[in-house]
Design a protein around this ligand. Structure first.
Ligand SMILES: Nc1nc2c(ncn2[C@@H]2O[C@H](COP(=O)(O)OP(=O)(O)OP(=O)(O)O)[C@@H](O)[C@H]2O)c(=O)[nH]1
Ligand SMILES: [Mg+2]
Length: 318
């Protein structure tokens, strides 16, 4: 049996092993996770979270490694959360990333953790805020969040970050325009990675045109060029992150970003509760009655679903 208060106290004291354990338990034992989170929330600590998104293979993990190296050289502490949606197709590649990044984690100024959750069930959306709050409680001032894949739930997660980096590559053809379109909206900083390749100026030009067309009141995302595997441009990316942070503080938007993050957590955890309540109601005698009335045609599907929603949400339902 894990004592949540004792574990939370160790996390708050900066014990790395306790933090690793708490993160493992988050997705395995949601009841315990919620008790840990209550203790973490009371501590009131905050981190700057940096979401890193982009098409598969854009160089997100390599960029994270470069950012870690640059931060450590300045003696800054940085945590990394690598989020893997459960997908049998990508398992191999993700494992490779994990091993590469975790080799950097021998340094006590770095904490790297990958977490897996079923994105289809919205698991990623619930795990992310809980994990970020655990890292904040442990005193990590900055958390880099890398997601794999560009599905809606991954985008939600990244969008809940304080600053979102969108990683692009030169020479992308029309086939990726659709992906790019989904990513553009969430960008606070554009990173042109693989700037050692042809087509950098063209991509920069396209991005500049895109940004110029945005409403003038809106933050203009800086465009930074990187060659991540050579660590080129990492310092400039940190500079852009700092500039965005200063903008958020000066404009008062920092509070809005925090609220966006908390909303994500609230919705994801509430959705889990509602799902559980729906299942419990359908499995009860009242649920069987509802299904029977639906089966005989006494009730339509819209009527049945309205009744289900209303009755499952009642305290003490089922
Ligand atoms: N030429 C060049 N190659 C790079 C650069 N950055 C990364 N790569 C290579 O691009 C490949 C993909 O890099 P990753 O960092 O795994 O990309 P990712 O975006 O994390 O990929 P997923 O996690 O699978 O979505 C690797 O072979 C890297 O070595 C760069 O700046 N220039
Ligand atoms: Mg990766």
């Amino acid at each position: 049996m894990v004592d949540p208060e004792a574990l939370a106290a160790r996390v708050l004291a900066g014990d790395r092993a306790a933090l690793a354990r708490a993160l493992t338990l988050l997705d395995r034992d949601r009841t315990l996770a919620l008790r840990l989170d209550a203790a973490f929330g009371r501590a009131g600590r905050r981190a700057h979270t940096v979401g890193i998104t982009g098409a598969p293979g854009a160089g997100k993990s390599t960029l994270v490694s470069a950012l870690l190296a640059d931060a450590t050289a300045r003696d800054e502490r940085t945590a990394v959360l690598a989020l893997d949606p459960v997908s049998p197709l990508t398992r191999g590649a993700i494992l490779g990333d994990r091993l590469r990044m975790e080799s950097a984690a021998a340094d006590d100024r770095v904490f790297v953790r990958s977490m897996t959750a079923d994105a289809r069930a919205g698991g990623l959306s619930a795990v992310t805020p809980l994990a970020v709050r655990a890292l904040e409680a442990a005193g990590w001032p900055c958390v880099l969040i890398e997601t794999v894949g560009v599905g809606q739930s991954e985008l939600d997660v990244v969008e809940a970050a304080t600053t979102t980096l969108v990683v692009l590559n030169p020479g992308w053809g029309d086939e990726v325009q659709a992906v790019k379109a989904g990513l553009m909206e969430v960008a606070d900083v554009f990173v042109i990675n693989k700037a050692d390749r042809d087509g950098v100026d063209e991509l920069q030009h396209d991005l500049e045109r895109l940004v110029a067309a945005w409403p003038s009141a809106r933050w203009r995302p800086p465009i930074v060029r990187t060659v991540a595997h050579e660590r080129r441009g990492a310092a400039q990316v940190w500079g852009a992150i700092r500039a965005h942070r200063e903008h958020l503080e000066a404009s008062g938007e920092l509070a809005t970003r925090r609220e966006r993050f908390l909303r994500l957590g609230l919705r994801a955890l509430a959705r889990e509760r509602l799902e559980a309540a729906l299942t419990a109601f359908l499995d009860s005698a009242d649920g069987a009655d509802l299904l029977r009335r639906l089966g005989t045609g006494a009730l339509s599907l819209p009527e049945g679903s309205a009744e289900l929603a209303a009755r499952a949400a009642q305290p003490g339902a089922a």
